[in-house]
Write a new protein. Structure first.
Lengths: 114, 110
């Protein structure tokens, strides 16, 4: 019954590796997001997809590449991981992108780069 | 860029007391939303207030919005230990992007 799920919950890896985080929502929403929360709990949007189309692409290194195979899934692939990538990554979804709709968040993936 | 600034950064109260958190923002908005984050969890939506609304209630929550001062407040009445969490305001403008504040850490002691 989980609305927005992410895997894995924890990810520990070494610098230079490539890793992926998966996200799925079963709410039938059109729009999905990736956020990064740093150690000071500051939450910043990275990407947004509406019906598989990229609509928000913040100033994020191109080592980060989102992929949306269908509107229920939004995965995040990170190449050549750096120490500064350590953070908690949250996936979220909302019914539509531009209207005043609440966002539903996944439980987060804590990424630690050593 | 960060839109919202929250005040206070941390708040510690006794169970049964009221908790008030404030949020200020810089640009015009369509709506402002409040979210709660329990330790180690994702964010949970609490309440949304549109730019043409001044006050909204949901259970023990009361939110106000003053667009002339570009500020909002969240009041939690009769707080409980289970209200212990971080509370974030987030503004939404054209394009749908949510911009979050730094958050207020609320601790409610039993």
């Amino acid at each position: 019954d989980t609305a927005v799920s992410q895997t894995p919950k924890y990810l520990v890896t070494q610098m230079g590796n490539d890793k992926s985080i998966k996200c799925e929502q079963n709410l039938g929403h059109d729009t999905m997001y990736w956020y990064k929360q740093d150690s000071k709990k500051f939450l910043k949007i990275m990407f947004s997809y509406n019906n598989k189309e990229l609509i928000i692409n913040e100033t994020v290194p191109n080592r980060f590449s989102p992929k949306s195979p269908d509107k229920a899934h939004l995965n995040l692939h990170i190449n050549s991981l750096e120490l500064g990538d350590s953070a908690v990554y949250f996936c979220a979804s909302s019914q539509f992108a531009t209207e005043s709709y609440e966002q539903y968040f996944g439980p987060g993936t804590r990424l630690t780069v050593t | 860029s960060q839109q919202g600034e929250e005040d206070p950064q941390a708040l510690s109260i006794q169970e049964g007391e009221n908790a008030t958190m404030n949020c200020s923002y810089k640009t015009s908005i369509n709506n402002l939303q409040w979210y709660r984050q329990n330790s180690g969890r994702g964010l949970v939506h609490l309440i949304l207030i549109r730019s043409n609304e001044r006050e909204k209630h949901s259970g023990r929550l009361r939110v106000t919005l003053d667009t002339s001062k570009k500020s909002s407040s969240l009041l939690i009445t009769a707080s409980r230990a289970a209200d212990t969490a971080s509370y974030f305001c987030a503004t939404q403008s054209q394009g749908g992007k949510l911009i979050f504040g730094q958050g207020t850490e609320l601790s409610v002691k039993p």
